[in-house]
Design a protein around this ligand. Sequence first.
Ligand SMILES: [Zn+2]
Length: 360
Amino acid sequence: MERNRRGACRLLLKDFHPVPQLVTESHMLIEPSFPVIDAHNHLSMRGYSFGKMKRTKPMIDWDHNLLLSVMDAARIEKIVDLTPFYGEKLKAVLDFHRPHSDRIVVFGTVDFERIDSPKFPSEVRKAIVQGFKHGMRGLKIFKELGLHYRDKQGKLVMPNDRRLKPVWDACAELKIPVLIHVADPVAFFQPLDNTNERFEELCAHPEWHFYGKDLPTFHELIQAGEELIAENPQTAFIMAHVGWYAENLQWVSGVLDKYTNAYIDISARIAELGRQPYTARKFFERYQDRIVFGADVLPNVEFYRIYYRFLETEDEYFPYAPTPWENSQGRWRIYGLGLDKVVLRKVYRDNILNLIDFNW
Ligand SMILES: [Zn+2]
């Protein structure tokens, strides 16, 4: 420990690990109240990093027995594998999981790099229908739409781009949902200085920092996402990560109020929800038919148990992730929501069962 000239302590942020001395009731849940469906997971992405979709390979060497035993231990009945694949790669993943189709469902995506082709509308429709025939039960749209893909003119392709209409129409026709991630945490679009609440996370992942580049702002992105939902009322959209804006449940509520085809998942955002427990609990009660469970972390019993503790107990000020992830999204802790059983059942399973056909 160093001291400066005035005698004050100096400590590097990375070395600061305070241990709370708070003593409150603690309920570590081993199991959730109902069997859970994890609607946001990525089992099959090998070598993915932001913007490198083409390089990503299907990971089809899982030990299914091990995977299913982890799911059983956490009472995860089914899991949705959101993949960045179409065509042959998608088929490989589907064939790999097919013997376990009672537990695993697969989503695919589309080739946005073909958007300039005059054949895009017919080709993309065909690819989606083909994927569906092989067993794909939904489409996953990654944040690269709006932040990465550019057309021939060099313009970013935004979520509300009219040229994408055939994609959403095909999903409506096949009655499969689109799980879409637009933008990222607000702090990723702000300067990386001593006021950025995700400073350490961005230091660890500089590729997630979207500020000061030739990119739309956070608000331009979510506005385009809202327009997409508004313009395609026949298509069901599951807005990933608490409607893209977990920091502002008022905004998310506005979208859910306006568009009955909008749903949200809670993946990777209990850190956000759990630091606004009063607002979050009201949000869950009001939108109990529109919220689905998801983790966005490879099946991990410890992780799932934190979600259950967050949703089911009124425990206070506990870590939103196991160590070593404990502070990964920001230096704060969370508070449980203590949701009642009716709401829990819908969020854990009933809502997603209404959105996805799990028979394939
Ligand atoms: Zn994800």
